[in-house]
Design a protein around this ligand. Structure first.
Ligand code: HAM
Length: 418
């Protein structure tokens, strides 16, 4: 028979192997713990959404325009793999009646997102986010709250050297006039901008400010700044956010060019980077306020603010920082039984499981080889079972650390292991 090529994983989509999961689990647990400590509850929304919903996030957004995984299902529906969580969480907030409950609804989600981006280190086509949203209240105190939550999470996983960048991008009251000023400033320079920016000049001029292409850089410095053109409400909110962060002792850098890739933002926007890395690599955490999103989705106008942290990036930075993560043993106890004792071995495992995680080695190989693999699994104890022992409902319990071995009756095993 001709051998067929093994089928490999999809480009840009990774397996997370058991040895990586220990660190991931630590980072996820910290996320859930910190979110809960701020009064946020977990929500799970589907990975599939109507393409229409995702497009409301902003059709000029790269994540939507260029990177969306979309398909037609067997019923002819246009569906998409979610590229981010906020649009779905806002939808669920209304469909699940959270808009009727106490406000804001404080929610968090941990799960996979999908973007057909060019894969590279820290950027994948399936990646995981820790997403946090406070929906239903416009107070700038919530902007500061989610920034503090994100910072607490990153510090809890051992990242203390962080740069926080902060900006405001105004709202539907003051931004339109500002965008006209920005267009007026850039129009005479149009020919000097790169292709995407020439197009954005008309469709989404704010994005000109965060363009990274060298030929567009010289013009930013003299561009009008939104902070000089805010309406009174945005001015007050902006002052309040900064005051709250100051009193919380959270350091930040004001970056007038921070505008964010998704179109739904209003007022506060922010990003966390590893210390000294901003501008050179992608953000660990990014977010902001999105007071227009609910309405764009067809719901009553409702304010919201939140962020998403990239678990792929955060775990990479934590791993690179040399943080010690103790690998979890595959099994604390391994049962090694002589051939033909499968039934007894399974029973002994069941008994031990009351106290510890247990695996049975069913492979037909020598005792020495079995001891070696028990060691590799990280087992703390080995239970050796011979036919004569099984007869008497006894076994030999070996402590792998001290090398000591003693006979123990099955019923005493949980106590001896705990
Ligand atoms: P975003 O900036 O598109 O915002 O993504 C947030 C974070 O997700 C990024 O800072 C990064 O850590 C991670 N991320 C994004 N794309 C990738 C990728 N291809 N591979 C690995 N990690 C990635 C949002 O998604 C907004 N929904 C955040 C938000 C929530 N704003 C308000 N609420």
């Amino acid at each position: 028979m001709p051998r067929t090529e093994p089928i490999r994983r999809v480009r840009g989509i990774r397996d997370l192997m058991p040895q990586e999961r220990a660190l991931w689990r630590t980072v996820e647990k910290a996320a859930a713990r910190v979110a809960r400590s701020f009064g946020y509850q977990e929500i799970v929304t589907p990975i599939l959404e109507h393409t229409d919903l995702i497009e409301r996030v902003g059709s000029d957004t790269d994540a939507v325009a260029k990177e969306l995984y979309r398909f037609e299902d067997r019923g002819g529906r246009n569906l998409a793999l979610r590229p981010e969580a906020t649009a779905g969480i806002v939808r669920a907030y209304f469909e699940g009646g959270l808009n009727q409950g106490p406000q804001p609804a404080r929610l968090f989600l941990i799960g996979p997102m999908f973007r057909y981006d060019r894969p590279q280190k820290g950027r994948y086509r399936q990646f995981f986010q820790f997403d946090v949203e406070a929906i239903g209240v416009a107070s700038p105190a919530l902007d500061a709250e989610v920034v503090e939550l994100a910072g607490s999470w990153l510090r809890e996983v051992g990242l203390s050297d962080l740069d926080l960048e902060l900006n405001t991008i105004g709202d539907s009251k003051c931004r339109p006039a500002y965008l006209e000023l920005l267009r007026a400033y850039y129009r005479p320079l149009k020919e000097k901008l790169h292709g995407d920016c020439q197009r954005r000049l008309e469709t989404n001029p704010l994005r000109l400010l965060d363009c990274k292409v060298p030929q567009c850089q010289p013009f930013k410095g003299k561009a009008p700044r939104i902070t000089d053109h805010l309406c009174d409400e945005c001015t007050d909110a902006w002052a309040m956010v900064r005051r709250l962060l100051d009193t919380a002792g959270i350091e930040y850098r004001l970056n007038p060019y921070l505008v964010r890739g998704l179109d739904y933002y209003t007022r506060t926007v922010f990003e966390f980077y590893p210390g000294g890395a901003s501008g050179q690599q992608d953000a660990l955490v990014a977010g902001g306020r999105y007071d227009g999103l609910a309405e764009a989705e067809g719901w009553p106008s409702t304010p919201g603010v939140g962020f998403a942290g990239g678990l792929d990036r955060v775990t990479e930075v934590v791993a690179a920082s040399g943080a010690e993560v103790i690998p979890e043993p595959a099994a604390e106890v391994v049962v090694l039984a002589d051939a033909g004792l499968e039934v007894a071995a399974a029973e002994v495992a069941r008994v031990c499981r009351a106290a510890r995680s247990v695996a049975v080695d069913y492979e037909p190989k020598s005792l020495r080889a079995k001891m070696r693999s028990a060691n590799k699994l990280g087992a703390r104890w080995v239970v050796l079972l011979s036919a004569a022992d099984a007869e008497r409902h006894a076994a030999q319990l070996k402590d792998m650390a001290s090398g000591e071995q003693a006979e123990v009756s099955w019923k005493d095993l949980p106590e001896r292991l705990s």
